[in-house]
Design a protein around this ligand. Structure first.
Ligand SMILES: [Zn+2]
Length: 345
């Protein structure tokens, strides 16, 4: 995709108007699933374009635009965890979503972090002359997956900025970046679409019940699309149906069914489900699983509130563990078993 999302146009205009004031590093920050990756790529493509349109956007016709779309542009490099690389190969255009709408958050067994070697390899690119004399662009996504040595190696490059190189860092969690990296970047808050624009966009993508997916996705439209149409839409359905039935939960069967789904996503779904149970019991409101109201009403009535809150707290810890589980099925079995214990059936 070469176009911007509708909700990004204002941000694009403001950014381009201030172009004279850019430093050598931009940091695009904002929640997951709102199109930051597409925006960053579009920005890179437009800056490299040899005949940009009056609004600064790429022409889509020149040789540079062609190379960019084929991922062969000599003056552009994208750095991301191995787990996301395959998706990028087919011109991924959405945060964590590839061109087919598949969620690529966690390819199994692939690296989830940007490795030190990936940053070291950048040296040749940024310090040696490129194919053309024009500027070079390094896109780092998501920047919070750079830790320790990798983050420090990048910091060094930001401290001694090579000429004619623009770094574009994209992050879902800006608070997890080194303060010294943050302070060397010009920060840009990426817009979250309003509800109506998000629903319209989902409808255009052919999502039948956009209200439901949008609520579960915490109002991030691109995540909503993966829940509705992505390659683990079926897993999500299964999860929702199993949790919504009021007979006792078969933790082992559900764990087996979901073991090849991205575990951080499953934990995220369960966090939202538990949030709704606790929230409904305390305030009568449902935020995420709006389509499962009757189940949430019934389940929350019977659960032990204190135990549910305690369990929900453990999910933050489990979210971290879910990136490196020793055994996916056992991890999920334990998760669902503990969840079932909060329901007094
Ligand atoms: Zn062009």
């Amino acid at each position: 995709m070469a176009e911007l999302y509708d909700w990004q146009r204002g941000t694009w205009e403001r950014l381009l108007q201030g172009r004279a004031f850019w430093t050598h590093a931009l940091l695009l920050k904002g929640r997951k699933g709102i199109g930051k990756w597409a925006f960053a790529r579009h920005l890179a493509k437009s800056l490299l374009c040899s005949a940009p349109r009056p609004d600064g956007q790429a022409c889509g016709q020149c040789a540079s635009c062609g190379w960019f779309e084929q991922d062969t542009h000599p003056n552009f490099v994208a750095v991301m965890p191995e787990a996301l690389q395959n998706a990028s190969d087919n011109r991924s255009n959405q945060d964590n979503v590839d061109t087919k709408g598949n969620d690529v958050t966690a390819r199994k067994n692939a690296g989830q972090q940007i490795a030190i070697d990936q940053i070291r390899r950048l040296s040749d690119f940024v310090y040696l002359t490129g194919h053309q004399q024009g500027h070079k662009i390094v896109l780092i996504y998501p920047a919070e997956t750079m830790h320790g040595a990798a983050a420090n190696a990048l910091l060094k490059k930001l401290e001694e900025p090579p000429e004619n190189v623009l770094f574009i860092l994209v992050t879902h969690q800006v608070q997890h970046l080194l303060p010294t990296i943050r302070s060397r970047c010009q920060q840009l808050s990426m817009p979250v679409p309003d509800r109506e624009s998000a629903l319209n966009w989902l409808q255009q993508q052919g999502v039948a019940d956009p209200h439901v997916s949008l609520a579960v996705a915490g109002f991030s439209p691109l995540l909503a699309l993966t829940l509705a149409q992505g390659d683990h839409a079926a897993s999500f359905d299964r999860f929702m149906q199993q949790l919504a039935q009021t007979r006792s939960l078969d933790a082992m069967a559900l764990a087996e069914a979901l073991q090849s789904t991205s575990l951080p996503d499953v934990v995220d779904w369960l966090q939202k489900w538990c949030y709704d149970l606790v929230c409904y019991r305390s305030t009568g409101q449902i935020r995420y699983f709006v389509s499962q109201q009757s189940a949430i009403v019934a389940l929350s009535k019977n659960m032990d509130l204190q135990q549910a809150i305690a369990f929900a707290r453990t999910l933050y810890q489990r979210q971290k563990l879910s990136f490196h589980p020793l055994n996916a099925r056992l991890f999920l079995e334990e998760l669902f078993h503990d969840y079932a214990a909060i329901l007094q059936r």
